[in-house]
Design a protein around this ligand. Sequence first.
Ligand SMILES: Nc1ncnc2c1ncn2[C@@H]1O[C@H](COP(=O)(O)OP(=O)(O)OP(=O)(O)O)[C@@H](O)[C@H]1O
Length: 408
Amino acid sequence: MLSNWSESLPEPVAEIPESSDAPTFAAGGVNRPPRASYVPPHLRNPHQSAFVAPEALQGREPAPRIIKTGHIPKGSSSSYDSFEPQGEARKGSALGALPRATQAGAGTRPWPPTDSSARAVNRRDSVAVDANSGRSGRNAISDRRGRRDREGDPFLKDETSEAMFSQENTGINFDAYEDIPVETSGDNVPPPANTFGEIDLGPALNANIQRCKYVKPTPVQKHAIPISLAGRDLMACAQTGSGKTAAFCFPIIAGLIHNSMRGRPRGGRKAFPLALILSPTRELSCQIHDEAKKFAYQTGIRVVVAYGGAPVHHQLRELERGVDILVATPGRLSDLLERARLSLSMVRYLALDEADRMLDMGFEPQIRRIVEQMDMPPVGERQTMLFSATFPKEIQVILESHFMIYDM
Ligand SMILES: Nc1ncnc2c1ncn2[C@@H]1O[C@H](COP(=O)(O)OP(=O)(O)OP(=O)(O)O)[C@@H](O)[C@H]1O
């Protein structure tokens, strides 16, 4: 009999960097790399219990997980929900205005948060926008409703095999996480949230959290979500399997739902994502894409994935159909930018997952170009979340001094 869930996993298969001669797969769930082949590194030793800090296994005090927060945004909170597109993005019709979500059970809590830590975007050209006003806003809502009707149910396969989706069978003992200290730095760090109910994520996202059967936030979620919702940049060190995906997806999705995005061109050949999630491998990108689709279910937010080693034309078609959140590997993203089929000028959220691995895999030049030299809004005009399983000093120095990534 198996004593550990991880013993039932198939032998790990080496991950394939996108530069390899791997078999090709199409995006959007068609011919994807088989999910069973991806085993997170922490589960690869079947004799270690998953999700326990390695120090704890050696009888030592677990080292604190580190979360660094960016500067407290300055200025008035009213500019938080405004966004004026620049350059080419000014053209065309509006996409984005969703009705302001009324928080079920949250009563009168305003959005954006009006406390001192609320993000003030301070965009030079930004203007306040009423999400419910204007013709384009109504069109955008009906567009999104239509889109919802056509949306496949990302929970379907889980519902048909309930066991696959139950928390017990993820092999995660989240209670073991409770004791892991989390160290946060930065001024006036927003307090952690011990329950999802304490966080203002909106009814649609809350419903999806329930569908996912997440009962309470993991430690990285407890700390990172309130920090990001307050509009602060964030750098978090958390091991793989700690729930990072939700930690960056929830604030992005909540932010996109609550904030109006006017003036985004539609129907053209160039895509203008509002959020970009960079991850090192196609396996991880597909995993994030699958999770993000569940979190964004019935919100009207469209999540697209682009990764190397697969024919680009299918991914281009997916992008042409519209994209709010783009999950991408750095190589394929650079390719799409070079083909001028993608603009980063509307990106308000940038998340980098497994940053240490991206640097280890030699993606530094691409990331530098994507972040610094393309049309992405600069630090202060977008929100950045960086997650890494390890944070050796060298990586912190590289990230802080060489990349214009944070508002630190
Ligand atoms: N709050 C939660 N409650 C229950 N399960 C959760 C919670 N957050 C995440 N999970 C589940 O835990 C598993 C690991 O989470 P996730 O994939 O987000 O971790 P990760 O840190 O991003 O790992 P990786 O780097 O391997 O992608 C997933 O199956 C996810 O659905």
